[in-house]
Design a protein. Structure first.
Length: 421
């Protein structure tokens, strides 16, 4: 089997995911995607006629984010028309899966050059979703409108799931708030030291005016005392029907786990930030890279996807990590950098405890609690962040994973290639 290499990874800064408030909320989703596709082309002097496919993740596939953004964004970025484009949806895990699919095609010998990645404009998704709800078109939890599915696999609101997991694991609000403060501290340090600078592009409009050149979401002033004053964000959902006449989100969890007493504790300070953003990863075969003077930065070691309990929804990263480590023939002690999406603080806290990890190696530059979570764009951002950190520290292996709606998790292990190799 051929090797698949990461040549480069780029991302936008993340902006506040509220229509009219965040800098990126003024953009069309295809334009935002095109910004990183253009950047990765220009940084690597690509002949885009050689791009076999642009494999793009989008979670909120509605309205302007519907259709095949992978293809349209490539055309918008002025790629050669011979570059294919496809769009997929594994919710939060979409752009890790897009990268896995692209790497798999290269390993199989079917492709030589692939751009993977993804985006979500949560400002638009939330605005559009509100319009749907106002029109009486629904907008509840996973499986809404499918009572047969809910009878088999009840699926709740993700924040209620996070609170349920914390109750089941005996993890306290204070412990999760300590995690949230640390995420902010690490992100602030990383920004101050320029650790994201090499991969973060400046987003501009067609006239060359800067739309966004910095992270909008971080709150470095966050303290444990401040977080303790915040009200739980998902308490309202606990007793809210997921659809008219249906069970409440809390009842959906208790349908499968009747003994769980769900206590609302997660809030904005220990949940992922709602933001807009996009990211792309450039993948190539060994032969193509050598022939065209592209310097590989990392090798794809192993990839996997896994499903877990859809009712709790957020617990798949641990089995995904175990599965991908086994495929790679590695142990947890071989991993120098872990990037695990901070969908909610309990996800990563449980991950660290279950695998007994060194906390210093997990999200060393903060995560989505501090920086924000542009859903389908986050996975590609985490791959780039892990690669940058391996290069900064001289580490060898990075493992990237994240929970996805429906109780899933993709995972990938990358190996840094030394600059003098």
């Amino acid at each position: 089997m051929a090797d698949a290499y990461i040549i480069d990874a780029v991302r936008t800064p993340r902006s506040i995911g509220k229509m009219g408030k965040g800098a990126l909320s003024t953009m069309h989703p295809e334009h935002l995607s095109a910004s990183v596709l253009a950047a990765i082309r220009d940084r690597n002097n690509l002949d885009t006629a050689d791009v076999d496919d642009v494999i793009w993740g989008v979670s909120g596939a509605i309205g302007l984010q519907g259709g095949d953004i992978g293809r349209n964004a490539a055309l918008d970025a002025d790629y050669d028309v011979r570059a294919g484009g496809v769009t997929l949806n594994r919710f939060c895990g979409s752009s890790i899966t897009a990268t896995n699919f692209g790497a798999g095609m290269i390993m199989a010998g079917m492709h030589d050059l692939v751009v993977s990645g993804g985006m979500d404009m949560m400002s638009y998704v939330n605005w559009y979703g509100q319009k749907q709800r106002e029109a009486g078109l629904g907008g509840g939890g996973m499986g809404t409108g499918n009572p047969r599915l809910h009878a088999r696999h009840p699926q709740s609101n993700q924040g209620v799931c996070a609170d349920a997991i914390a109750a089941m694991e005996g993890i306290t609000r204070a412990e999760l708030e300590a995690f949230g403060v640390e995420s902010q501290r690490r992100a602030a340090r990383a920004i101050a030291e320029g650790r994201f600078a090499g991969s973060t592009i400046v987003v501009k409009d067609d006239a060359g005016n800067v739309i966004l050149d910095h992270e909008e979401y971080p709150r470095p002033e966050t303290t444990a005392e401040g977080l303790a004053q915040l009200k739980p964000a998902f308490e309202m959902f606990l007793n809210m029907p997921c659809e008219p006449g249906g069970k409440t989100f809390g009842e959906l969890i208790n349908q499968k786990y009747p003994d769980v007493e769900i206590k609302p504790i997660h809030h904005a300070g220990i949940s992922s930030g709602v933001v807009d953003g996009a990211a792309a990863v450039l993948l190539a075969s060994k032969d193509y890279a050598a022939k065209h003077g592209l310097k590989p930065r990392a090798r794809i070691v192993a990839m996997t996807e896994i499903g877990d309990c859809p009712t709790l929804m957020l617990n798949a990263p641990v089995p995904a990590a175990k599965k991908v480590l086994a495929k790679a023939g590695l142990t947890k002690d071989d991993i120098d950098v872990w990037e695990v999406n901070e969908a909610f603080a309990v996800v990563v806290e449980k991950f660290i405890r279950d695998l007994d990890l060194d906390r210093a190696r997990v999200n060393p530059n903060g995560g989505s609690i501090a920086l924000g979570h542009p859903i389908a764009g986050t996975g590609a951002m985490l791959i780039g962040t892990a690669l940058d950190e391996l290069e900064r520290t001289g580490g060898r292996y990075g493992l990237i994973t994240m929970c996805a709606a429906g109780g899933m998790a993709p995972a990938i292990i990358i190996e840094r290639i030394a600059a003098d190799a």
